[in-house]
Design a protein around this ligand. Structure first.
Ligand SMILES: [Zn+2]
Length: 110
């Protein structure tokens, strides 16, 4: 059963094929500020609708998207190279409950 999500204002809507089995809690310089919980899916399984703005930094491998209206971080995706996956901010999913899902700590601090 597919899973829906949206940013706070509803401008951006996300659809995934299912709830993720686990999400990442990353401590890199960006994630520790934004507190994303990232779910990974192949891009062809993800539908993102609505305008988003990418933030591009560092090695310029990915764009980290947010809603231009309410500011919620929505997803990241590659800028060219095929990663075979993209990241979705699971906090936006309608039924997301961090107490019921495995949270894996990613150590990407510099
Ligand atoms: Zn929004």
């Amino acid at each position: 059963m597919s899973v829906q999500g949206s940013c706070h204002c509803g401008n951006v809507r996300i659809e995934l094929p299912r709830m993720p089995d686990w999400v990442a809690d990353c401590n890199c310089s960006l994630c520790r500020r934004t507190a994303w919980r990232v779910a990974y899916f192949p891009p062809e399984q993800v539908t993102v609708s609505g305008e988003t703005i990418p933030y591009i930094w560092g090695d310029r491998m990915i764009g980290i998207h947010h809603c231009p209206v309410c500011g919620c971080g929505t997803h990241w995706q590659t800028l060219g190279e095929d990663f075979g996956k993209m990241g979705i901010n699971a906090r936006l999913l309608d039924a997301f409950d961090e107490s019921t899902i495995e949270v894996r700590k990613f150590d990407n601090a510099e």
